[in-house]
Design a protein around this ligand. Structure first.
Ligand SMILES: Cc1cc2nc3c(=O)[nH]c(=O)nc-3n(C[C@H](O)[C@H](O)[C@H](O)COP(=O)(O)O)c2cc1C
Length: 137
């Protein structure tokens, strides 16, 4: 069975959610991800990006090296990384949502996500992103 790698990170940005430059970023990401077989979801809310990205280990590492250097965000912090037998986001080359779709702060407050450790925070964030995928169109 194929093994995929995944990464979940948070970063800070001055890009406005849903703005033209943000949409352009997502368009480029979609094109690249299609080429490299990467899938995932990007949520953009109040100065933060949260992104889950997954695929073949070598392709994921290559794109992550570019993302880490991208001047459109800073203070990139890994929340989780590892391997998985199947993708979490097979529908999306890169889904995108903003607070007008759903607020992650509100979602975390309304769901029983108990955050004592970073891994629990990461699990809550993944659940939020997967729910966005299910509702996105
Ligand atoms: C928050 C954020 C998420 C990004 N996500 C992806 C992505 O999923 N896939 C991707 O190829 N590029 C992504 N990028 C863009 C890359 O950093 C990079 O600009 C792109 O891969 C093109 O590479 P190049 O600028 O070296 O030509 C993202 C950038 C930011 C700031």
């Amino acid at each position: 069975m194929a093994t995929f790698s995944f990464i979940l990170y948070r970063s800070e940005t001055d890009l406005r959610p849903g703005s033209e430059p943000a949409r352009a970023l997502v368009e480029t990401a979609r094109r690249c991800n299609e080429r490299f077989g990467l899938t995932g979801f990007l949520h953009h809310e109040e100065g933060f990006f949260f992104q889950w990205l997954e695929g073949e280990p070598v392709n994921l590492a290559g794109i992550m090296a570019r993302i880490e250097r991208d001047p459109r965000h800073r203070n990139l912090t890994y929340l989780a990384q590892g391997t998985e037998p199947e993708r979490q986001f097979s529908r999306w080359r890169m889904g995108y949502s903003t607070r007008s779709d759903a607020s992650v702060l509100r979602w975390m407050a309304e769901h029983p996500v108990v955050i004592r450790e970073r891994s629990e925070y990461a699990a809550g964030m993944l659940a939020f992103l997967r729910e966005r995928e299910a509702f996105a169109h």
